[in-house]
Design a protein around this ligand. Structure first.
Ligand code: FAD
Length: 488
């Protein structure tokens, strides 16, 4: 591995913090929207993308139809830049797949000469720090931690596959790296189940292309899908379609929750019709017995059983399968931010001021109050922001529109336009769940002026009484073993 410095840290240009560029991590829809905003404001920026193309994470679920119509998927600043090149927006009422979204929107956006020249593909951010200060250090001589520029360590891969390391100083960093690369494990307690890592070759984390690229892997196999969100619905529905041409395909569906509650969403009440329909189609498969359901199935262990894998729950149930699809959600990669003093919620790992408004234990309506610079800044780390899917931490309800407004506000602040930064506006389509007979009614979905409210403060919204919360059931059998037995 070579080591080089992209920027000369001692060059007087880089010593002047305000002349440094803003560094955007990730060329997904939110990172590229941030680039478009900075471009329109004539601000210097660099977009660093780990993948070899823009939209690298979405390409992993390219076959999946999205549930937002096009009109909710395009950022205004990006559209303004694209319009200058004669780009024609797709029909606002139609629904692309992930792949079509990348091809018709993200690729043209990333190819705009103004953005392209600032885009570094095949370049992964490994750390974001404050130059010269670890997390503990507040002062060096006369220098104060918060006055130091941010410093980003990158690993860039060239055409021959050689990886070089470098460091870039930045006046601001916008982390739009998403969460798709860091899925949650199967283990119900948030860490890998016993045997999970040993059986990694039998587990797909995410949404496999069941009907096309991954067909052979699942055709005529016994497949367990784990999870109770829209990703699981997508996989289950595709597996059911697969049974038409591969009738020996068996589908087992395991969820942690002990009852369905609001799992299928607002159905016809959902303001995103495609999202409501997805839930309705999944529910139908349960109602008519097409899919074998395992509720309250908290995965504790995986073990080899001949050619198959035995999946064991914490209450002693066992299911034999050939393949497992983990749709267990995602979590933010915080390791690369470890030396920063971040103000994150200790439950869902979202910025604290936003966390109460998106806590899935309390809210399932999919809406969120307008927010931006003010809620996403970290007092102790001026200039650093987590945006997009990653800003929701472990909460699953993020929509692109939210991210577009986040970066509009933050880039305005970076450019010094505080009036625009603080004037946040956002109206999101709601899932319709909270209006569906939950006592608390619209209270959960209504725009909450106290966006900074903690989970406790908002727990009277009525939605914590069944829409998401899972009653804690004690395990019937224990899988805990004494440490001595390991050495017998
Ligand atoms: C199956 C699925 C369907 C969805 N459907 C919708 C929908 O219909 N409507 C909607 O509004 N939202 C939808 N979402 C939610 C969300 O809007 C998308 O996940 C969206 O892609 C999030 O955008 P993002 O820019 O925040 O992150 P991502 O799209 O995940 O982009 C992050 C980028 O950062 C790069 N990256 C990651 N780590 C690093 C690093 N260390 N250094 C450099 N680059 C890095 C990745 O390669 C990637 O290109 C869906 C999500 C999923 C998973």
């Amino acid at each position: 591995m070579m080591r080089f410095n992209i920027s000369d840290r001692y060059n007087s240009f880089y010593k002047m913090k305000n002349t440094l560029p803003t560094l955007i991590i990730g060329a997904g829809p939110v990172g590229l929207a941030a680039a478009a905003q900075l471009e329109l404001r004539n601000e210097a920026y660099v977009v660093v993308e780990a993948g070899s193309q823009v939209g690298a994470s979405i390409r992993k679920w390219a076959h999946v139809p999205v549930f937002s119509p096009w009109r909710y998927m395009v950022d205004e600043a990006a559209q303004a830049l694209l319009a200058q090149t004669g780009w024609v927006a797709p029909d606002g009422e139609s629904y692309p797949t992930g792949g079509e979204f990348v091809q018709r929107y993200l690729e043209p956006l990333g190819a705009l000469p103004a953005i392209h020249k600032n885009l570094r593909l095949n370049t992964r951010v490994t750390h974001v720090v404050r130059d010269g200060y670890d997390k503990l250090k507040s002062r060096t001589g006369k220098g104060k931690r918060e006055d130091a520029p941010l410093m980003v360590t990158i690993e860039a891969q060239n055409a021959d596959g050689i990886i070089s390391e470098g460091q870039i100083l930045a006046k601001a960093v916008i982390d739009a790296s998403g969460t798709y690369e860091t899925p949650n494990p199967l283990g119900a307690s948030g860490v890998p189940a016993l045997g999970e890592r040993a059986h990694a070759n039998r587990i797909f984390y995410g949404i496999p292309s069941v009907l096309a690229n991954d067909r052979v892997r699942y055709a005529n196999k016994r497949v367990m899908v784990v999870g109770s969100g829209h990703s699981a619905f997508n996989v289950i529905l595709e597996l059911v379609k697969l049974t038409q041409s591969a009738p020996d395909t068996h589908i087992e569906w395991a969820i942690r929750r002990s009852d369905f509650g609001q799992m299928f969403g607002g159905l016809s009440d959902d303001q995103l019709a495609a999202r409501g329909e997805l839930g309705a189609n999944a529910k139908r498969l349960i109602d008519n017995g097409t899919v074998k359901m395992h509720t309250g199935f908290k995965i504790a262990q995986l073990a080899q059983a001949g050619e198959q894998v035995r999946v064991m729950s914490d209450d002693g149930r066992e299911v034999l399968v050939d393949e497992i699809v983990a749709c267990t959600g995602f979590r933010p990669n915080l390791e690369m931010l470890r030396e920063l003093r971040l103000d994150l919620d200790d439950r869902n790992e979202a910025p604290r001021a936003l966390a109460g408004a998106i806590d899935p234990n309390l809210h399932s309506c999919g809406s969120v109050p307008p927010h931006g610079y003010n809620e996403l800044k970290h007092e102790a780390e001026p200039g650093f922001y987590v945006v997009g899917m990653k800003s929701y931490g472990r909460a699953p309800t993020f929509l692109m529109l939210t991210g577009y407004e986040q970066v509009r506000s933050i880039t305005a602040a970076i450019a010094g336009d505080m009036k625009a930064a603080l004037d946040v506006r956002l109206v999101l389509p709601e899932t319709g769940v909270c209006n569906a007979g939950l006592g608390g009614g619209g209270a959960c979905c209504a725009v909450d002026p106290a966006i900074g409210a903690t989970a406790e403060q908002t727990s009277d919204c009525g939605c914590n009484t069944g829409c998401c919360a899972e009653p804690a059931a004690p395990s019937k059998t224990s899988k805990l073993i004494s440490i001595d037995s390991l050495f017998r």
